[in-house]
Design a protein. Structure first.
Length: 234
């Protein structure tokens, strides 16, 4: 009888160990204890983060193209260093004007000592720094143009794969060394990053291929094929 009970207890511990490790079974079996409130079957534990979605090469190129269009301010099919810097300057000017309008509480186009003090006080401890005290918590405008992949957490793998548009990128990707960067040059430059990650060269990046390589330089399994999707049948 003791052997039977010992075996049953061992089986129960093996079954519950993963759940306990994830913060589940905080109370009763319905998740009504400390970790309760979750949907049935989740045992009251935290939700798992959204895994990266498989990325199709066409989707990758579409995001890169949209980033180029945003940087090509004068729409001449080329992005120059001066053009990119003017874009950053314009964004910075917009931020400065919005900040001034916020501080100028009586909207008379001038800052009084009282308005300046009120602005510094609302910044709290940041105002004690000569660096942070000149701005707000939003920080400065970064001199890079980030790819727009939307708000879906599953698309973060795509955002991490594409190098942001910067002055350095224009220099590195400008293969014919002319006045600026063309869309074709940018797609070729960014495409090398996609091809390097696409281990089986099928035009898709799966979650396995998006994972960083292990210490031995090998990627974990899971990069063989994307899941069944409407435009990529099984």
């Amino acid at each position: 009888m003791r052997k039977i009970l010992s075996g049953a207890l061992a089986s129960l511990l093996l079954w519950t160990a993963p759940v306990l490790a994830q913060g589940g079974m905080g109370g009763d079996m319905q998740g009504g204890g400390a970790g309760g409130g979750g949907p049935p079957g989740n045992m009251g534990g935290p939700r798992r983060p959204t895994p990266p979605k498989p990325i199709k090469r066409a989707q990758f190129d579409k995001v890169v193209t949209a980033m180029f269009r945003e940087g090509d301010v004068n729409r001449d099919g080329m992005i120059t260093i001066d053009e990119l810097r003017s874009l950053f300057d314009a964004r910075r000017e917009t931020l400065i004007r919005a900040r001034f309008t916020k501080i100028d509480s009586n909207h008379n186009g001038a800052l009084s000592y009282e308005e300046f003090v009120a602005w510094q006080r609302q910044m709290g401890s940041a105002a004690s720094s000569e660096v942070a005290g000149t701005g707000d918590r939003g920080g400065p405008i970064a001199e890079v143009l980030l790819p727009d992949v939307g708000d879906d957490p599953g698309s973060m793998g795509l955002a991490a794969l594409i190098e942001p548009l910067s002055v350095g990128l224009i220099t590195n990707a400008n293969s014919n060394y002319d006045a600026g960067l063309s869309l074709e040059e940018l797609l070729a430059y960014q495409g090398k990053r996609f091809d390097a990650a696409d281990a089986n060269h099928d035009g898709w990046l799966t979650m396995g291929e998006l994972r960083p390589p292990s210490r031995g330089g090998k990627r974990p399994p899971g990069g063989s094929a994307p899941p069944c999707l409407p435009d990529h049948p099984c």
